[in-house]
Design a protein around this ligand. Structure first.
Ligand code: GDP
Length: 590
């Protein structure tokens, strides 16, 4: 064996198959080596870093723990803030297992709400005094003496909105699929959201009580989406349940604990206190009531908390049952009083030393928000190459929407071919249908570009995209789309210049003004006219002048712009042939 040992970065947990691929050895060989070291594992099983490090050591690799930062960057581009902070302490011996935090996703009407209710009620049935009477956006149940935290707002809109703000609320996604309906568009969407967030997925196969339930068909559909059920040799747990008849709930909870164990969910109860805002509301008597999910450290009453751009000294902490508590450790959802303003769901919160420090942080955030809104563009195809060169992006994340399945498949094929070069392409989600809010949220959270083929962006989606700085590109010819992306990958895409009409006016009269030659007396009929912008003068169908709007006056005063409804005088550079009745169009190039 050569004396130079190769460095190998490994995650905290890795599936045997992936580990074998990483070191380019046969998985069988690897399993044998593991057996010699006293570890019995199958190809789909996960081993932790320490175990993996020992076996790869035998092949001449020096394993180092992959930094959490790098792991989070691979597909989503950005590391959730709290993961970064926990990463600071990753080698700390203080890391302790904490309850897993679960979110429930799935297609509408497949039983997400019913399942959350059923799970909550098993707690009541288990004899908990009073049960859970109030809803604070999250609750906990106990199974085998261990706690599990459930986020109470099902659906991926909430999940992805959190992620867009840098938070990662959930450790495990329970995907609800109705056994009588199977995989549906929002099921696929949910899978895309969970995968983009790199959160493990397990499946609750719901409504198995129904006469037309067809669990095998659903398992086949799941396997086609790379969620191969464990009973078929895959590593996705698929658990039959009936939320309505409260069957299979225990199995589901046990499954959750197994998935949690194989993913090493940990936190440091004595570390920095931080977590995510689950929801917030204004109570007339109590002021701002916020539900916080503690993710690291231990929150105590009297702590000074900064959440987003609000802060305050916590006056009272209650648990999900409304009981007053003094302390809350990792994975505990609590309701708190004492914040000065309303934080938003998905804001990260942290404990600081003094109110002064809190004020400073909030001040910095408000300033940063101002500059951010001025330079919001997150990713655009034009900027891709520069971002990759600057080390800010590793590849291009795409969300594809097309009119029909028949056009989706060839698009995905073509793109996969393009993505084999130096800069990788990751298709996070490909689905038929128009571009809506959910697509835009996913794109924003994952720094992705949305490609639409023969589809439109819905009004809401378009508005949100503008706000979030998401690039939506619409195409009607596959070749044009692949050409654009190919050019972007090679850094050859020219920025597209588009003409944006900002106003229209009608010429009512023509004046002879000595200094400017002739001036058009106009009434602005739409938008505004702006000095320095471009203008086009139309007479009927003919364009008689195209150039700059060089002078703009309102009642003898020079003005910069003139809004709809006002009358003004307009002069054009080197052009005098103006007639009343001409139409004026004012535009800018973007
Ligand atoms: P969500 O939209 O995913 O939150 O779905 P809901 O929880 O609102 O459930 C949709 C419908 O399916 C409701 O009418 C439920 O009563 C019904 N449902 C939910 N779970 C089950 C189940 O296990 N069996 C049967 N037969 N019906 C169910």
């Amino acid at each position: 064996m050569s004396s130079t040992r190769q460095k190998l970065e490994l995650p905290a947990n890795i599936v045997i198959r992936d580990l074998a691929l990483k070191i380019e050895k046969s998985p069988i060989d690897l399993i044998k080596k593991l057996m010699l070291n006293g570890v019995m594992a199958t190809i789909n099983q996960t081993v932790d870093f320490d175990t993996a490090a020992i076996v790869v050591g035998e092949y001449g690799f020096d394993a180092v723990l992959e930094t959490v930062e790098e792991a989070g960057k691979v597909e989503t581009g950005e590391v959730p803030l709290w993961r970064q902070m926990i990463a600071d302490e990753k080698n700390s011996t203080f890391l302790k297992p904490r309850p897993p935090v679960i979110t429930i996703l799935g297609h509408v009407d497949h039983g997400k709400t019913s399942l959350l209710d059923a799970i909550r009620q098993t707690e009541v049935a288990a004899g908990e005094a009073g049960g859970i009477t109030q809803h604070i956006g999250a609750y906990q149940v106990e199974k085998k003496g261990r706690l599990i935290t459930f986020l109470d707002t099902p659906g991926h809109a909430a999940f992805t909105q959190m992620r867009a703000r840098g938070a990662q609320g959930a450790d495990i996604v329970v995907l609800v699929v109705a056994a009588d309906d199977g995989v549906m568009p929002q099921t696929r969407e949910a899978i895309a959201h969970a995968k983009a967030a790199r959160v493990p997925i397990m499946v609750a196969l719901n409504k198995v009580d129904k006469a037309n339930a067809n669990p095998d068909l659903v398992k086949k559909q799941l396997a086609e989406l790379d969620l191969v059920p464990d009973e078929w040799g895959g590593n996705t747990m698929v658990i039959p349940v009936s939320a309505k008849q409260k069957q299979g709930i225990d199995d589901l909870l046990e499954g959750v604990l197994l998935v949690a164990d194989s993913n090493g969910i940990k936190g440091n109860p004595s570390g920095k206190v931080l977590g995510t805002v689950i929801e917030a509301e204004l109570d007339k008597a109590k002021g701002v009531m916020a539900t916080l999910l503690v993710q690291n450290g231990t929150l105590e009453s009297g702590d000074i908390v900064v959440a987003g751009t609000s802060y305050g000294k916590l006056r009272a902490i209650t648990d999900y049952k409304g009981k007053l508590i003094k302390k809350a450790g990792p994975s505990t959802p609590v309701s708190v009083m004492g914040l000065s303003g309303m934080p938003s769901a998905g804001d990260i919160f942290q404990v600081v030393n003094s109110e002064k420090e809190a004020r400073n942080i909030v001040h910095e955030r408000l300033e940063a928000a101002k500059t951010l809104s001025q330079t919001k563009k997150k990713v655009s195809l034009e900027d891709l190459f520069a971002n990759v060169q600057a080390g800010e992006a590793k590849g291009l994340n795409l969300i594809i929407k097309a009119d029909v399945q028949g056009s989706l498949d060839p698009i995905v094929n073509e793109l996969n071919k393009l993505g084999q070069g130096e800069i990788g392409l990751h298709i996070l989600h490909a689905e038929t249908g128009n571009i809506g809010n959910n697509d835009v949220m996913l794109a924003s959270a994952s720094k992705a570009i949305i490609i639409g083929f023969n589809v439109q962006a819905e009004v809401d989606g378009r508005r949100l995209a503008e706000k979030e700085g998401v690039d939506i590109r619409l195409y009607e010819i596959i070749y044009r789309m692949t050409e654009d992306i190919e050019k972007a990958l090679k850094g050859m895409l020219e920025p597209v210049l588009v003409e944006k009409v900002i106003g229209r006016a009608q010429v009512l009269q023509v004046f002879a003004a000595s200094k400017f030659g002739r001036v058009a007396g106009c009434k602005v009929t739409d938008g505004e006219l702006r000095r320095g912008a471009k203008v086009r003068l139309q007479r009927g169908v003919d364009i008689v002048y195209e150039g700059d709007l060089s002078s703009l006056r309102h009642e003898k005063e020079d003005v910069k712009e003139m809004r709809i409804g006002f009358e003004c005088g307009v002069g054009f550079k080197n052009f005098n042939d103006i007639q009343s009745g001409d139409q004026l169009l004012c535009y800018v190039i973007e």
